[in-house]
Design a protein around this ligand. Structure first.
Ligand SMILES: Nc1ncnc2c1ncn2[C@@H]1O[C@H](COP(=O)(O)OP(=O)(O)OP(=O)(O)O)[C@@H](O)[C@H]1O
Ligand SMILES: [Mg+2]
Length: 538
């Protein structure tokens, strides 16, 4: 069965697999997009719209749209209610994952079951467990989680063994977060040397600056202040992001802004955009320089290649500044797709290795399927990936603690940071796990990662607090209840898009029953009650 790699992003998600020729291929969704916005619109009970249409729905029904759910992963207090049903971040993420899986099933005409999901290098135990749980709720078998920068490096290196030792710096600027990681590749081994970043720095910060610029220009021209008007501000938000993207390939753009019968024509040039956001870019450069310094302290004497990852790195100024800083022209590869592609390659490696451990010639089967030689198949199986060196961790924390070269024993990859730069909201959640490990007490987080996933998840789940915080912006009391769904043409869908409407049920199976148990929902007769069989459409 073909394994898949999934980049479950804050802003956009992507799914890929390795085809018969050994190429990692990104699956387009039913709308023909290579990435699907990580937005969920709870249109009505039992039905969620995913992707671009969901994102656009934020304009008219912001209280029914969830975006950037990745930022809430692992938070025991994050909970949402839509149409009378409660949702944890992982259940919402499961809707996204299920949608990606359905699109992949449609394109490959095969089942999607075994997946590798990527996570940011800074994700701690709680966030990683939540990600695994999301996969299980979506009915997927999460064979492993992979750090995003490692996935990007794998995508770059493909199956080629690296002669000698090479160091790659991955600069990843996405919609909501920035991270930079130094990776060492040698032969078939890939390891993280160090990682750093700012969890609160991303494309939306650039958008905010453009929004401020546009609204100030509107006020200057018309004498009106539209900033209290939610609808206007939502529209300006969309306009700002569009302008930002367009200015990556053109040098100037204008827009007409309308409010209360007044119209203002506002011009924005690439140069002005760069001035408005110079401090944000400077911040990423400072962090990059710091990361290089850390790598140097860990014995890395040169960076051989710079990889750009994340939609924001399409801004030309980023490559220019990195070249100034590091004296290297960054590699402009598949910036939006590299992480999913690398995850697909890794998923295949895992499958080949599992098959290789059997005596039924499974490894040759995988090699055959990929049209590669037995030697290449062996090389694939031999590839070792050591993941995270969390921010602030000592090198010895990352080194394999079991038998040399066994990536499952590369326990450092499984030791997750107590906190991360930028103050990740979930950091506190796993601080105690970290402390226990560092203080020589049982390393619970590590045990879970080494194979007690099931019990670990249930333990963790059992501690979650169902009546916790509800993000205020979308959950004013009763706001999600009784809302009549907006008109269908809100999404701009035509009849041809109906083909995209395939039934996917999320909210069934063991994992969901576990989630229901967590919320104390029980069927009469003591069996967990399964609620929320969600149909998702694009
Ligand atoms: N051509 C472009 N020029 C400038 N910015 C762009 C361009 N295309 C996309 N972006 C921006 O990239 C960001 C999304 O990047 P990406 O899809 O890599 O994020 P993500 O992986 O979902 O987020 P994260 O890495 O924070 O989890 C958005 O802010 C978007 O506006
Ligand atoms: Mg990303």
């Amino acid at each position: 069965m073909t394994p898949f790699g999934i980049d479950l992003g804050t802003t956009n998600s992507c799914i890929a697999y390795v085809d018969e020729s050994g190429r990692p291929v990104v699956v387009k969704n039913a709308l023909g997009e290579e990435t699907t916005p990580s937005a969920v619109y709870f249109e009505r009970a039992g039905h969620a719209v995913i992707g671009s249409a969901a994102r656009n729905s934020a304009l008219l029904a912001p209280h029914l749209v969830v975006q950037s759910i990745k930022r809430q992963m692992g938070r025991p207090d994050a909970e949402y209610t839509f149409h009378g049903e409660r949702f944890t971040p992982e259940k919402i993420s499961a809707l996204l994952l299920r949608r990606l899986a359905v699109d992949a099933e449609r394109q490959t005409a095969g089942p999607v079951r075994d997946v590798v999901i990527t996570v940011p290098a800074y994700f701690g135990v709680a966030e990683r467990e939540a990600t695994r749980r999301a996969g299980r709720i979506a009915g997927l078998n999460v064979v492993d989680l992979l750090d995003e920068p490692v996935a990007a490096a794998l995508s770059r290196l493909r199956r080629q063994p690296v002669p000698g030792v090479r160091h790659l710096l991955v600069y990843d600027l996405g919609g909501g977060t920035f991270d930079t990681t130094v990776i060492e590749a040698s032969g078939q081994d890939i390891r993280v040397v160090c990682t750093d970043g700012d969890l609160r720095l991303g494309g939306t910060d650039w958008d905010e600056r453009i929004i401020a610029f546009l609204t100030a220009a509107f006020t200057e021209q018309t004498g009106l202040d539209p900033t209290a008007d939610e609808h206007f501000m939502q529209e300006v938000r969309i306009t700002a992001e569009q302008l930002k993207k367009e200015l990556s390939s053109t040098v100037s753009r204008h827009r007409n802004l309308r409010f209360a019968g007044a119209v203002a024509r506002v011009e924005l040039s690439r140069q002005r955009l760069e001035e408005l956001t110079a401090d944000l870019l400077d911040r990423t450069m400072e962090i990059t320089a710091r990361t290089v310094e850390k790598a140097r302290a860990a014995g890395v004497d040169r960076i051989d290649e710079v990889l750009l990852v994340g939609g924001m790195t399409k801004m030309p100024v980023i490559a220019e500044r990195l070249e100034e800083l590091l004296g290297l022209r960054p590699h402009r590869h598949e910036r939006d797709l590299a992480v999913a592609r690398g995850a697909a390659l890794f998923a295949l490696t895992r499958q080949a290795r599992t098959a290789g451990g059997r005596s039924d010639g499974g490894a040759e089967e995988v090699a055959d399927r990929l049209g590669i030689t037995a030697a290449e198949g062996d090389a694939l199986v031999a590839r070792r990936v050591a993941g995270v060196l969390p921010p602030g961790h000592r090198d010895e924390d990352r080194r394999p603690q079991g038998s040399a070269g066994d990536d499952r024993s590369a326990a450092g990859a499984k030791l997750h940071p107590p906190s991360a730069p930028g103050g990740h909201p979930a950091a506190d959640q796993h601080r105690s796990d970290h402390h226990r490990h560092r203080s020589g007490q049982p390393a619970r987080g590590r045990d879970r990662d080494l194979g007690t996933e099931e019990s670990g998840q249930l333990d963790r789940t059992g501690r979650q607090h169902p009546g916790g915080l509800r993000p205020a912006s979308r959950l004013a009391p009763g706001a999600a209840e009784g809302h009549s769904p907006p008109a269908r043409d809100l999404h701009g869908r035509d009849r041809s898009a109906d083909r995209a409407r395939q039934r996917t049920d999320v909210g069934q199976g063991d994992a969901v029953r576990a989630a229901d148990r967590r919320h104390g929902r029980r069927r009469r007769g003591g069996r967990p009650r399964v609620r929320g069989r969600y149909r998702t459409t694009l």
